[in-house]
Design a protein around this ligand. Structure first.
Ligand SMILES: Nc1ncnc2c1ncn2[C@@H]1O[C@H](COP(=O)(O)OP(=O)(O)OP(=O)(O)O)[C@@H](O)[C@H]1O
Ligand SMILES: [Mg+2]
Length: 475
């Protein structure tokens, strides 16, 4: 989003260009998600887990194991293998997987899903898995392309009578001025390019490039001549491009195989794969067939052989993996052994459980033994009272809550008795209660009252009698 005001220039600005948004619209408060305090694995440069780093407390063994996996993924030695995180509910399995994705950075594709996502009435179960795997394989394409690049100095659509309706006018062409350090150039461009520019919300002062043979327009950022003095802004400022306006430029694009499949499954497909990439869009669920995937693979392989593209294997994370059934598990085995497989991270909180889709197969974690055999297994441990206290404090900071004396100890105690998640969850309602009482910090009494209103999982389970009903009376 652009927050800078439009500079006043003599050039007329496109009549239907977006008005600059008011400053108030930039003042957003971000939502606090259950894992927003997790920023990474919190490791020393040697790969050892800090007792308290990047929002992670304790769980050092599991974090170090994950750090090894991160290293292996980065050096591309872990594709086609699987890491299985097991442990009791609330011990940080999901948090660990998210931390791994933070550590890998944004360039490595990370495709998270939950086991139950495979159950859809529209798509086959195995299809959902196959798609997730495709979305986790990145492709970095380096291309040298002929482009026009520069800072927009002029953007004037020329209008003509509409030949079709007699009313109104249409844009016949657009005059675009581009400036670089070396010079300026005025281009007369097709109205479709003008539309693309409107879509990218390009205004005078932006640095853009236009691909010469496809007409694709890309906004690089705002020219730093227009940089404002705000401290916090979502705008990226870029220097005035060097060289001529018309030149050959090396472009790097990151796409996933899933993107390519989707782009080519669109009905108007049939174009060259590279040109389709420029116009990647979220398409509806048109069928991606196995045949199409093979074709995409073939083209991709061609580009890799030519040195144009580089494959970046990413990560598929399947949370609550015990929700998959036996068909999915066998398919997962096959996917893991395919030549272009990403790294797979699985997480489950089950002990011995029946494998879904079978009647009598009970296996550890509800996962068939042949898949278990392919996994490296990492266990997350239960937390001590001090560790729970630290996490609760972290959460209180993230949520902007103040804790009165003794509250932390009390919550840690609750966490030890119930679970870490229960202790964390008590924070927000307790803060509402203290707010109602006109206080700005949470007191021990608030927690006590909360405990009367809400039950933790273990207490609730105890309340249920052995006959499955409630002790206190009938349902
Ligand atoms: N070591 C830790 N340091 C900081 N926060 C943690 C840690 N472990 C867990 N948390 C936080 O505790 C909450 C519960 O953890 P998480 O959701 O990762 O548990 P889980 O193991 O995935 O549980 P489940 O098996 O029920 O899915 C989350 O808000 C998480 O961010
Ligand atoms: Mg979880």
């Amino acid at each position: 989003m652009k927050t800078t005001a439009m500079p006043s220039t003599s050039t007329p600005v496109a009549h239907n260009a977006m008005p600059p948004p008011s400053a108030a619209s930039t003042a957003r408060s971000s939502r606090v998600a259950p894992h927003s305090h997790i920023k990474g694995l919190g490791l020393t440069p040697e790969g050892l887990a800090l007792p308290d780093g990047s929002g992670f407390i304790g769980q050092t063994n599991a974090r170090e194991a994950c750090s090894v996996v991160v290293e292996l993924i980065k050096s591309r030695k872990f594709s086609g293998r699987a890491l299985l995180l097991v442990g009791a509910p609330g011990t940080g399995k999901t948090a660990l997987a998210l931390a791994v994705s933070h550590e890998l950075g944004v360039k490595v594709p990370f495709c998270p899903m939950v086991g139950s996502e495979v159950y859809s009435t529209e798509v086959k179960k195995t299809e959902v898995l196959a798609e997730a795997f495709r979305r986790a394989i990145g492709l970095r394409i380096k291309e040298t392309k002929e482009v026009y690049e520069g800072e927009v100095t002029e953007l004037t659509p020329a209008e003509a009578e509409n030949p079709l309706s007699g009313y109104g006018k249409t844009v016949s062409h657009v005059i675009v001025g581009l400036k670089t350090v070396k010079g300026t150039k005025q281009l007369r461009l097709d109205p479709t390019i003008y539309e693309a520019m409107l879509k990218e919300k390009i205004v005078v002062g932006d640095v853009i490039y236009i691909e010469a043979n496809t007409g694709a327009v890309k906004r690089v950022g705002r020219s730093d001549a227009y940089a404002s003095s705000y401290d916090l802004e979502s705008e990226t400022y870029v220097p005035l491009p060097k060289g001529d306006v018309h030149k050959r430029k090396e472009l790097v694009q990151d796409v996933t195989l899933g993107d390519l499949d989707a782009a080519n499954a669109r009905p108007q497909g049939g174009q060259d794969i590279m040109s389709v990439m420029g116009s990647l869009m979220k398409s509806g669920r048109t069928e991606v067939t196995e045949k199409l995937r093979k074709e995409v693979n073939k083209v991709v392989k061609g580009y890799v052989d030519q040195g144009v593209a580089e494959v970046v294997p990413g990560v598929v994370f399947i949370d609550e993996v015990h929700m998959l059934d036996i068909e999915c598990f066998t398919y997962l085995n096959a996917l893991l052994e395919s030549p272009m497989a990403p790294t797979v991270i699985l997480a489950t909180n089950r002990g011995n459980a029946a494998v879904r889709g079978t009647t009598d197969v009970v296996s550890p974690h509800g996962i068939p033994v042949d898949l278990l055999d392919r996994c490296l297994i990492v266990k997350t441990d239960a937390y001590s009272r001090e560790q729970i206290a630290k996490v609760v404090q972290l959460r209180a900071n993230v949520e902007g809550l103040k804790l009165g004396p003794g509250v932390l100890e009390r919550l840690a105690e609750e966490g030890e008795r119930g679970s870490m998640r229960y202790a964390i969850q008590l924070l927000t309602p307790a803060s509402i209660l203290s707010g109602l009482a006109g206080r700005n910090q949470i007191e021990v009494d608030d927690i006590g009252e909360m405990n009367e209103l809400f039950l933790d999982a273990k207490t609730s389970a105890r309340n249920i009698g052995s006959d499955g009903g409630f002790d206190g009376g009938r349902m």
